[in-house]
Design a protein around this ligand. Structure first.
Ligand code: MCN
Ligand code: CUM
Length: 796
């Protein structure tokens, strides 16, 4: 008779367990970087450049030094004496820590002041006199490659112009042939604008160098503490074991907290020089103008089509504007991230992608913001192109997608750009979505409404996202292979602590990792504490981004639990006085096969590991697992939205939105739903209201929260979520696929497609995001496409 535990009751897989971290967050008891105060701590503020491109003729800091309470004024020149004026980036480029020769974007770090309090430091920054000689400014790739364009990175000897890379992937000859055979070629050009993650908490750090012990402890807002430790060891030439990075609670990352920022480096150097803790907390505008920009890609593509709707081939050219420094974190093999995941869900014989990256006088930008290395741009272009192609063919949007989907029986499937997708039920997800939105009925209503001058539209977007880098064969950052780890210690009373190399920023790892241990060992989730983010205690890992935590660190949690179970089995055999082969496992308990009533619980095994182990067995019940996944995980989703556009004002409203997400086995359904809701909210904000761009002088337009709007519950539409399609990941130990970014990746195209669909018949093929009312109005009124590419007029 089975005495197995009820997994849902103990909080294992499938239980919608409330997030344990929330009990401190909602009480205001979180421990964020800015909550930490150390004895003798000083405060740092940064002086930023008002100009986008200028030669620095001189910097006079004397007035700042004279202000009482100022301890140190750092300039690039001083950094240079320690070889720290420049630092390497995560993409094999260099980035100025503090400007020496020139400033290259508005908001660039020029000097720092360390003082008794942040107000003195800020005042002292304003007392610094910088003499700039303005230079011509570049704000887009076209200007970057124009004849006579100023060379932005004249600091690099090998850099002749402004091109960072030219890269290609796919089958050029095969794609050329596909286009020769096409009945019809459909084309689309668009710009995916800059967007900004804007987490509620800005970036910051507290560096604490102790001369007596030679130990450097840094509390910082980073999504990848171990990478930072390695970077500090290499850049500051400090021994790695003397560096401890602690990433405490993080108030949202969304990719913003992956890169290494000059503020971190300056606070570290200041602490070493002053031998006191130095705190730097970025202000909101500093965060918005200088850190972690995403996208800014021009996409130009065409699709070769057969008359019956079969896609024969795809060509894509991308121009990516990286800003002044190429500082993305991305796998070193792939210059434009995983842009070539485009069209992975569709069965397309041939495809070719060319990519060029250029410098401009804008803050470093590119990869970060809920995107798994540019998958957001890839899926956006894919679904906008699918819509344009179906329209050109005169085919129904749903039919066109369904006929080109990779079919369930065709997995594993090699995508035209070389990825291997392994599982999914694409047509089924689409069908669930169409039913939920009542597709046929809406099309009827739409036609009826049109007769009365009302503009209704429906947009479909699908996405299949490669989540969970590595495997280590293909994925590395700066040569560091991408795998992850988990460490599990079961105490003698059967309570446990699990640590991973990931770092939660709001995703709920403290809740979900405990559930995986519960699932594997039957220890109640409430008996397991999860800790991440301290490099002195957590096993080495590559951190949390690209929704890699569940695919990689989460898998490591399952694997380490299995190692613990294997040892517990030996302890059980010893306690039950039978041989190991006679011991069976059910959730939470080992028993004798021939006598199921005779059993011991996992807790009894834990006690025995410390008090009654068999002769010759190493005491304790602890282990570590490193997990190198065989493949990425490939979640799939269908997002469908209906809108009404007001032809008089260009304002559009969402009527209904449905989301069908298949992320394999859901560890915690409630958290998964939260991730999808959050992602859809961000997708809506990007499509509808978030405007941050640059004028011809390189001024950042929209660099405040009046223009760059963060959606609240008030303006966010309702979303209807569907979870009935579950295709377990064939290689993940518990069948889970990542979910953290899917809705933000696939969502934007659904909104834009819906608005363009509402305008069908006007000839408008594209309006660049955000679809602000004036842009939609312009498209309707003048029956033309509307570009959002910079430069914009400064009065826009
Ligand atoms: N999960 C689950 N079942 C699955 C998949 C995931 O229960 N099949 C749970 C996970 O265990 C985890 C959460 O859902 O608690 C997200 O898991 P995962 O998809 O593995 O993503 P990560 O944990 O790696 O989170 C990173 C992802 C990224 S890259 C960005 S950007 C983003 C996102 O998460 N930033 C966020 N969501 C965010 N949510 C919050 N609140 N804050 C951020 O900064
Ligand atoms: Cu690309 S943002 Mo997330 O991967 O941290």
């Amino acid at each position: 008779m089975s005495q197995a535990l009820d997994e849902i009751k103990i909080g294992g897989l499938g239980a919608s367990r409330k997030r344990v971290e929330d009990s401190r967050f909602i009480r205001g008891k979180g421990n964020y970087t800015d909550d930490i105060t150390l004895p003798g701590m000083l405060h740092m503020e940064i002086l930023r450049s008002p100009l986008a491109h200028a030669r620095i003729k001189s910097i006079d800091t004397s007035k700042a030094w004279d202000i009482p309470g100022v301890h140190l004024v750092l300039t690039g020149e001083m950094m240079a004496t320690r070889n720290l004026a420049w630092m390497p980036t995560l993409s094999y480029d260099t980035q100025a820590v503090l400007a020496t020769d020139k400033v290259r974007f508005q908001g660039q770090e020029v000097a720092c002041v360390i003082a008794d309090d942040p107000y003195i430091a800020k005042d002292a920054c304003e007392a610094i006199d910088v003499d700039y000689e303005p230079l011509p400014v570049i704000v887009n790739p076209r200007q970057a490659v124009a004849d006579g364009a100023p060379v932005i990175r004249d600091d690099k000897e090998s850099q002749a112009g402004n091109v960072i890379y030219d890269w290609e992937v796919g089958d050029k000859a095969g794609t050329d042939r596909a286009f020769e055979q096409a009945d019809l070629v459909s084309k689309l050009q668009l710009h995916y604008p800059r967007s900004h993650p804007s987490p509620i908490e800005c970036c910051g750090s507290i560096a604490d160098f102790n001369r007596a012990t030679s130990k450097l402890t840094v509390y910082m807002t980073t999504q990848a503490p171990h990478i930072i430790r390695a970077a500090v060891a290499l850049v500051a030439e400090l021994p790695e074991h003397m560096i401890r990075i602690i990433s405490p609670d993080i108030g949202g990352g969304f990719g913003n907290k992956v890169p290494v920022y000059p503020g971190y480096v300056c606070s570290i150097l200041a602490s070493i020089l002053l031998e006191r803790p130095v705190k730097w907390i970025e202000d909101k505008s500093g965060n918005l103008i200088s850190t972690g920009f995403a996208r800014d890609v021009y996409l130009d593509g065409e699709m070769a089509l057969r008359r019956d709707g079969k896609i024969l081939g795809v060509r894509i050219h991308t121009d990516a504007d990286h800003g002044a420094f190429f500082s993305d974190a991305q796998p070193s093999k792939f210059k434009i991230g995983l842009m070539h995941s485009a069209f992975a869900a569709y069965d397309i014989p041939a495809a070719h992608l060319t990519a060029r990256g250029t410098y401009s006088n804008k803050a470093p930008g590119g990869v970060a913001y809920r995107c798994s290395f540019r998958v957001t741009e890839a899926m956006f272009f894919q679904e906008r192109m699918m819509q344009a192609a179906a329209d050109d063919l005169g085919m129904d949007q749903a039919t066109f997608r369904r006929m080109n989907f990779v079919r369930d029986e065709d997995f594993p499937h090699r995508t035209p750009f070389g990825f291997l997708t392994d599982s999914g039920q694409y047509a089924k997800c689409l069908d669930v979505g169409l039913k939920a939105i009542d597709y046929e009925e809406f099309r009827r209503e739409q036609a009826e409404a049109r007769k009365r001058g009302r503009l209704l539209g429906l947009g479909i977007s699908t996405m299949t996202e490669p989540l969970g880098a590595g495997n280590s064969r293909e994925y590395d950052i700066l040569g560091i292979k991408m795998f992850d780890s988990a460490d599990l210690k079961v105490h003698m009373t059967g309570k446990a602590i699990v640590r991973t190399g990931a770092k939660t920023q709001g995703q709920g790892h403290e809740t979900t990792w405990a559930k995986i241990v519960s699932h594997e060992l039957g220890i109640p989730a409430d008996d397991i504490v999860v800790e991440e983010g301290d490099t002195d205690t957590a096993p080495f890992g590559m951190g949390t981004y690209a929704s890699r935590s569940t695919p990689v660190a989460g898998a490591a949690v399952a694997m380490v639990s299995r190692k613990i179970r294997a040892k517990a089995r030996k302890l059980a055999a010893h306690l039950l006085e039978v041989s190991e082969e006679d011991v069976e496992w059910e959730l939470g308990r080992f028993y004798v096969r021939s006598a199921p009533d005779r059993g011991v619980t996992i807790q009894e095994c834990a006690m025995a590991a410390y008090s009654n182990m068999p002769d010759g067995m190493e005491p304790g019940l602890e282990n570590t697992a490193y997990y190198d996944p065989p493949n990425l995980t490939w979640p799939f989703a269908v997002y469908i939205v209906t809108v009404e556009v007001d032809p008089e004002t260009g304002v559009w409203d969402v009527l209904k939105m449905v989301a069908v997400d298949d992320c394999g086995v859901r560890i915690n359904p409630m958290i998964v739903e939260g991730q999808i809701m959050g992602g859809l909210t961000e997708a809506y904000a990007m499509a509808n209201m978030q405007f941050i761009t640059f004028d011809a002088d390189g001024n950042c337009v929209g660099s405040n929260y009046m223009d760059y709007l963060l959606p609240s519950a008030w303006e966010t539409p309702g979303f209807e979520l569907h979870s009935e399609v579950v295709t377990p990941c064939p290689h993940h130990p518990i069948g889970a696929k990542g979910i953290g970014e899917c809705a933000a990746v696939g969502g934007p195209a659904a909104f834009v497609n819906a608005v363009i669909d509402a305008l069908s018949g006007t000839g408008v093929r594209n309006i660049d995001m955000p679809l602000l009312p004036d842009r939609v109005w312009e498209a309707i009124t003048y029956r033309r496409d509307v570009s959002g590419a910079p430069p914009v007029r400064s009065d826009d």
